[in-house]
Design a protein around this ligand. Structure first.
Ligand SMILES: *[C@@H]1O[C@H](CO)[C@@H](O)[C@H](O)[C@H]1NC(C)=O
Ligand SMILES: *[C@@H]1O[C@H](CO)[C@@H](O)[C@H](O)[C@H]1NC(C)=O
Length: 994
C-alpha cells in the first residue's frame, strides 16, 4: 500500500521571501487577494496536507480522496485543517508500543537472523550502568531478545546464524552526534563540499540531506570503528546553518541519501515504492537543526551581529506561530466564518516555527561562556529548547548556566576529549571538562567533528575522556545512549533492548582500552564488518591478536586527576603548567622498570623488577641534581635524607619526541598574532628583496616560542622534546600549503625560553619541503612545477652563497636530511627517481625522508631500496585529500598497516602528528600502532617511532645520557593506569615534579 506523494505545491501559496525582518507575514497579504486565489490556495493546501502528512488515517484519507481532489469537499477541508492544527502541536517521538514491534521499518528482505552467544553486553541503559551477561538475538532488523533468551523463540527462527563470542564485549552501534560526513566528503574534492552556504547567516530552510554524498569513503571507515549512526550537520559559519539529519552509515538497498535517514521527518517528502514500509512514515519524527555562534560565524559579522540576526529570525518565526495558533483557535472553536485566510505558513520559516513548537532537536555550536550565555538568553527569550551544545569549550567553567537554558531538560554538552586550544574560543577547553560537567549532572556526549577528527576513532574519544576522569559508564554512554537521547532516537539507537534497532558492535577488548577494534559490526541486523566481499570470496582479517588474556576484557585502571581538575577550575581553564623544580636528592621507590638511552641513542631496559616468591621485587631510583646516582633494588643510605616519592609500580623512561605539527611555532593555530605568522611561498609570491634569497628559506628556530600550552601539556604527558618546521597543516578554509617549509628546530618542550640551559637541542635539524597535497579548494602550483623547482635547487643551480642554495646543497650532499611532506605514491615514485638522479650527479648519498606518506605501503620495497626513511603522519592514515586516498586502513578492514609493510621491508619509520594539540596523546597513538599491527610491532619497536628512529631520520644529534627521563606513576608509558609525575633533566641538573 502506498500513497504516491508528489512535491507539495506550496509555492502557489507561499513564495519564499528574502530574509527581511520588516516584511509582512504571508497571511496578512493573502487577506487582500482575490477570492479565486484564496480558493485555489485552499485546494493547494488541501493537497499539501494530504500528501505530506503520513499518519495512517491521513494515508487512508488520501487514498479515498485522491480521485476527488478537485471537487470541493468542505467538510473534509475542515477536517484536514483540524487534523493539521492538532498535528502542529503534537510532540514528536515513537508510539507507546514502538518497542513491541516485531520488525524494523529499516529491515531489508533476505537479512538472516543472528544469535550472539555469551557476550558481555553494555546496553547503554540505566545511565550506562546496565551490563548484561548473556545472549543477543537480532532478527528482522531489531533486537529480538537479550540476556537469557527462551529456546522457543530461538527455535522458531529460520536460517539463524549463531556465533559464540566467549565473553567478548558487545555495545550498541556508536552514535556520532557531530559530523560533516557526506557534506564534506572524504577525499575532499571541491565538487563535493556542501556543508556550508555562503548565503547566511540565517538559513533554517537548508537541509544537509540535499548535499549528502552517498559515496563518501568515510562511511565504511567509520563503520570499521563501530560508528553506525551520525548526525550530518551543516558547517558552523552561519548562525542557523540549516536542518541536519541523523543517518545510518550502511549502504542501503536503494543506495539513496534519503534511505540513509533514520527517521525522515514528514516535511521531507520522500518518493515511496510499493514495498516501502508504512511504519517508517507513520510516526511523528523529530527534526534537527544546526545553530552556531561565537567565532565561527564571524564571516557575517561579530558576536553582536550574530545574536541580532538570530533574534530577528526567531521574531519572524514567532509571528508565524502566533498566526497559526490564532487560526487554529478559530478552527477548533468552530468559528469557520471568521477564517478568511489560508492556513498561515511560509516555507522559509516553517522549520523555525517547529523549533519554537519544541519539535526540533537543535544542535548549537557555541564555545565561550559569553556565547553560551547569549544562547541561554535567546532560548529563554523565544522559549525554545536546545538539545545539545557542541564544542562548548567553556561549559565546564559555567556548569550552572547549562541548567538555565529554556525547558525542563538541560542541553547535553558535546565535546572532544583532547582537541582544544586551536582557536581563541577553545583556548580554555580542557581534558577534564567532561568529568567536571558530569559531576554537575550535565549529560555528556563525545563527538568527532569529522573530518576534524576521524569519526572512525570516536571510541578513542571515550577512552581518552575516561583516562582523564570521566566515569566508565558515562564515557561509554557518551558515544552511545547520550547522543541518541539528544537526537530523540533513544528508542532505536544507542541502546540494546528488545525492540531497539539491531545496530551492534562486537569488540576485541574492553571498549575503554586504547586500541579497541570491532570484530563485527551489524546495522539493522545486517553484517557490515567484516565488509561483505563483492566477489563472493570470504575475507578474513586478523583482529585482536595479543589481547587474549582476560585482563583485556576488564576496564583499564586510570589515574586520579582530582588535583589537576580542581586546579584547572580555580584558574578559569588556564592552570599554571610548570612543575616544581629541584636540585635536591629525590628517591623514587617502588619502581618497576627503568628505560635509559645507551650511547648510540637507543633506549634499553636498565632495570626490571624481578618476580620472586614474595612477589615483584620493585626497585628504586635516586636522583641528585638531575642525575641518577643510584638505580637498583636497594640504594641504602642514599634514600635516608632524600624526598621519597612512591611510584606504585611506575617506570622511569626516556622522554618522547613529537614531530610534524607547528608545536612551538604557534600558541593558537587560528590566531596569527600568537605565533610566527605567515612565511613567503616562493612558488607563488615574490620574495622580499631584503631576504635576497630565491627560495626564502627561513629557520624555525627564529620563530620559536617557548611555554605554549600545547608544549607544556605535551611535556606533562611525557613528550619532552619536539622538532618543528614551518610547514602548516592543510585545512579546508586555510591557505595553500607552503612548498619550501624552511629548516626545523629541536627544542625541549618544558623550557621557559631559548636561553635556558638545554632549551635548544638542535638549532638546525633538517630541510623541509612539501610536494603535492595541493589544497582541494584552491588552485595551487602544479606538482610538476614543484618537482621542477626542487630538481633545480638540488642540482645546485642556485648560488650556495645564499640561504636557499646553501641548504639545498647540504641536502643534495646528504649533510642535512631532506624531509618531504608527500602522500601520493605517484609523487613518491618521482621523488625516488629524482633522488637517484641527484645522487648520480652529485656523487653523495642524500638523506631523504617522506613525511605524511599515506600511500607509502604501495612502494614499500622501492622506498627501502632507495634508503628513504618514512615518518607516518598521521600514523593511522585518513584519506582526507586525493593524494591520500589509497590508504591501508588496518584491522578490521585489512590485515596490514602501512607501518607493518614498511618495517617488513626494513624501512626506518617514525611517527608524526599534524596538530600541536595531538602531542599530548603521543604515547596512546604509539600504543595504537602496536595493537593495529596485531602485535607484529612490539611496544619497544613502537617506542622507537617517537624516540630513536625518529631522531635518526631527522638527523638529531644523539643526546645519550643527557636526555630527559620521564617519571611515570602507577604503570609504564604503555599503561592507561599511569601518569607522568615528573621529568628528570640531567642537562638542567634538576628534577621537575608536577
Ligand atoms: C540466509 O541463510 C540461508 C541458509 O543458511 C542462506 O542460504 C542465505 O544465503 C543466507 N542469506 C544471507 C543474506 O546471508
Ligand atoms: C589475513 O591474515 C590471515 C592469517 O594470516 C589470512 O588467513 C587471511 O587470508 C588474511 N586476510 C587478507 C584479507 O589478506
Amino acid at each position: 500500500m502506498s500513497a504516491k506523494a508528489s512535491t507539495p505545491n506550496r509555492w502557489v501559496i507561499t513564495q519564499p521571501t528574502s530574509f527581511d525582518h520588516r516584511s509582512q507575514t504571508r497571511w496578512t497579504k493573502f487577506a487582500t487577494r482575490s477570492f479565486s486565489v484564496v480558493v485555489a490556495a485552499l485546494f493547494a493546501i488541501l493537497t499539501t496536507f494530504l500528501l505530506s502528512f503520513h499518519d495512517s488515517s491521513l494515508i487512508a484519507n488520501t487514498l479515498k480522496f485522491e480521485r476527488n481532489l478537485y471537487t470541493p469537499v468542505f467538510d473534509h477541508t475542515k477536517q484536514a485543517l483540524l487534523t493539521r492544527c492538532a498535528r502542529i502541536t503534537a510532540t514528536p517521538g515513537p508510539s507507546a508500543s514502538f518497542l513491541a514491534r516485531d520488525k524494523s521499518d529499516r529491515y531489508e528482505k533476505g537479512t538472516n537472523a543472528t544469535l550472539i552467544r555469551n557476550a558481555v553486553i553494555f546496553t547503554g541503559k540505566d545511565d550506562g550502568q546496565q551490563i548484561i551477561h548473556g545472549d543477543l538475538l537480532l532478527d528482522k532488523g531489531i533486537v529480538r531478545g537479550i540476556g537469557k533468551i527462551s529456546p522457543r523463540v530461538i527455535d522458531s527462527i529460520k536460517n539463524l546464524k549463531e556465533i559464540d563470542v566467549n565473553g567478548a564485549w558487545v555495545t550498541p552501534g556508536l552514535v556520532d552526534l557531530h559530523t560533516h560526513m557526506g557534506v564534506l566528503s572524504t577525499p575532499i574534492l571541491s565538487g563535493a563540499v556542501d556543508f556550508d552556504s555562503a548565503k547566511g547567516p540565517i538559513l533554517p530552510w537548508l537541509r544537509s540531506v540535499d548535499g549528502l554524498n552517498t559515496h563518501d569513503e568515510s562511511y565504511e571507515l567509520a563503520l570499521a570503528g563501530g560508528v553506525t549512526s551520525v548526525q550530518v550537520l551543516p558547517g558552523g559559519s552561519n548562525a542557523i546553518g540549516g536542518q541536519s539529519f541523523m543517518v545510518k552509515l550502511r549502504k542501503t538497498k536503494d543506495r539513496t541519501a534519503s534511505s540513509m535517514i533514520i527517521e525522515p521527518p514528514e516535511t521531507l517528502v520522500i518518493p515511496r515504492g510499493d514495498d516501502d514500509d508504512d511504519a517508517a512514515f507513520a510516526t511523528h519524527h523529530w527534526r534537527h537543526m544546526k545553530q552556531a555562534c561565537g567565532e565561527s560565524t564571524r564571516v557575517h559579522g561579530n558576536r553582536m551581529d550574530t545574536m541580532w540576526s538570530l533574534r530577528v529570525a526567531y521574531t519572524e518565526a514567532i509571528k508565524m506561530k502566533a498566526a497559526q495558533d490564532e487560526f487554529c483557535a478559530k478552527a477548533e472553536n468552530g468559528l469557520w466564518d471568521l477564517i478568511n485566510t489560508p492556513f498561515p505558513e511560509d516555507l522559509k520559516w516553517e522549520a523555525l516555527v517547529d523549533v519554537l513548537r519544541g519539535k526540533v532537536k537543535v544542535s548549537t555550536h557555541c564555545s565561550e561562556a559569553v556565547d553560551l550565555d547569549a544562547m541561554a538568553r535567546l532560548s529563554n527569550e523565544f522559549k525554545f529548547p536546545i538539545a545539545s551544545l557542541h564544542s562548548a569549550s567553556e561549559a565546564w567553567l559555567v556548569p550552572s548556566l547549562v541548567r538555565k537554558f529554556y525547558g525542563s531538560v538541560p542541553p547535553s554538552v558535546a565535546l572532544s576529549a583532547t582537541n582544544h586550544r586551536g582557536k581563541k574560543e577553545t583556548y580554555r577547553g580542557s581534558e577534564f571538562a567532561s568529568r567536571v560537567l558530569s559531576d554537575h549532572d550535565v549529560p555528556i556526549i563525545l563527538k568527532s567533528d569529522h573530518p576534524v577528527v576521524n569519526s572512525r576513532y570516536l571510541l578513542y574519544e571515550a577512552q581518552q575522556a575516561h583516562y582523564y576522569g570521566l566515569p566508565p559508564n558515562v564515557a561509554l554512554a557518551a558515544v552511545t545512549s547520550s547522543p541518541a537521547a539528544a537526537a530523540g532516537l533513544l528508542h532505536r539507537i544507542g541502546v540494546l533492548e528488545e525492540g531497539s534497532d539491531a545496530d551492534v558492535v562486537l569488540w576485541d577488548s574492553h571498549p575503554l582500552r586504547v586500541g579497541a577494534t570491532p570484530q563485527k559490526v551489524w546495522v539493522d541486523g545486517i553484517l557490515q564488518i567484516p565488509v561483505p566481499s563483492k566477489t563472493g570470496e570470504e575475507t578474513h582479517v586478523v583482529i585482536g591478536r595479543g589481547k587474549e588474556a582476560d585482563e583485556w576484557k576488564r576496564k583499564p585502571y586510570v589515574p586520579d586527576w582530582e588535583q589537576e581538575r580542581n586546579q584547572s577550575i580555580r584558574w578559569d581553564g588556564l592552570p599554571p603548567l610548570r612543575g616544581r623544580e629541584t636540585e635536591d636528592r629525590i628517591a623514587f621507590i617502588n619502581v618497576k622498570q627503568v628505560w635509559k638511552r645507551v650511547l648510540d641513542g637507543e633506549v634499553h631496559e636498565a632495570f626490571t623488577a624481578e618476580s620472586t616468591e614474595e612477589g615483584l621485587q620493585l626497585g628504586m631510583v635516586v636522583v641528585e641534581a638531575g642525575k641518577l646516582s643510584c638505580l637498583g633494588v636497594d640504594c641504602g643510605d642514599l634514600v635516608g635524607n632524600a624526598e621519597v616519592i612512591d611510584l606504585r609500580g611506575g617506570v622511569v623512561s626516556s622522554g618522547l619526541m613529537t614531530y610534524g605539527s607547528p608545536l612551538g611555532i604557534e600558541e593558537i593555530a587560528s590566531e596569527p598574532s600568537t605565533g610566527d605568522g605567515t612565511t613567503f611561498n616562493a612558488f607563488e609570491t615574490d620574495v622580499p628583496r631584503v631576504l635576497d634569497d630565491t627560495g626564502a628559506v627561513v629557520r624555525a628556530v627564529d620563530g620559536l616560542i617557548f611555554g605554549t600550552r600545547n608544549a607544556l601539556i605535551a611535556y606533562k604527558s611525557g613528550v619532552t622534546f619536539a622538532t618543528s618546521s614551518l610547514a602548516k597543516p592543510v585545512q579546508v578554509g586555510g591557505p595553500e600549503a607552503q612548498i619550501i617549509c624552511g629548516l626545523s628546530v629541536t627544542f625541549r618542550t618544558g623550557s621557559g625560553h631559548a636561553m635556558e640551559r638545554g632549551a635548544l637541542i638542535q638549532e638546525v635539524v633538517a630541510l623541509h619541503v612539501a610536494i603535492g597535497k595541493s589544497h582541494p579548494l584552491l588552485k595551487g602550483v602544479s606538482v610538476s612545477t614543484q618537482i621542477a623547482g626542487l630538481r633545480r635547487l638540488l642540482y645546485g643551480w642556485e648560488s650556495s652563497e645564499k640561504e636557499t642554495g646553501h641548504w639545498f646543497k647540504q641536502a643534495a650532499e646528504g649533510i642535512v636530511p631532506l624531509v618531504i611532506d608527500v602522500d601520493s605514491a605517484d609523487i613518491m615514485a618521482n621523488l625516488i627517481l629524482l633522488k637517484i638522479d641527484v645522487e648520480d650527479k652529485i656523487g653523495a648519498q642524500m638523506r631523504m625522508v617522506f613525511s605524511g606518506a599515506a600511500e607509502a605501503h604501495l612502494l614499500a620495497q622501492e622506498i627501502s631500496n632507495a634508503r628513504i626513511g618514512v615518518i607516518l603522519n598521521p600514523i593511522r592514515a585518513v584519506p582526507t585529500v586525493w593524494d591520500q586516498r589509497r590508504i591501508l586502513p588496518g584491522p578490521p578492514l585489512s590485515n596490514d598497516t602501512t607501518l607493518v609493510k614498511l618495517l617488513d621491508k626494513g624501512v626506518i619509520v617514525g611517527m608524526g602528528i599534524r596538530h600541536a594539540w595531538q602531542a599530548q596523546t603521543t604515547r596512546f597513538d604509539v600504543q595504537w600502532a602496536s595493537f593495529e599491527s596485531n602485535k607484529r610491532v612490539s611496544e619497544q619497536q613502537a617506542y622507537a617511532l617517537v624516540t630513536h628512529d625518529l631522531e635518526n631520520l631527522l638527523g638529531i644529534r644523539n643526546m645519550g645520557e643527557d636526555s630527559d627521563l620521564v617519571v611515570w606513576e602507577g604503570g609504564s608509558m604503555f599503561d592507561m593506569s599511569s601518569k607522568a609525575i615528573g621529568v628528570i633533566s640531567p642537562i638542567k641538573g634538576t628534577v621537575e615534579l608536577f
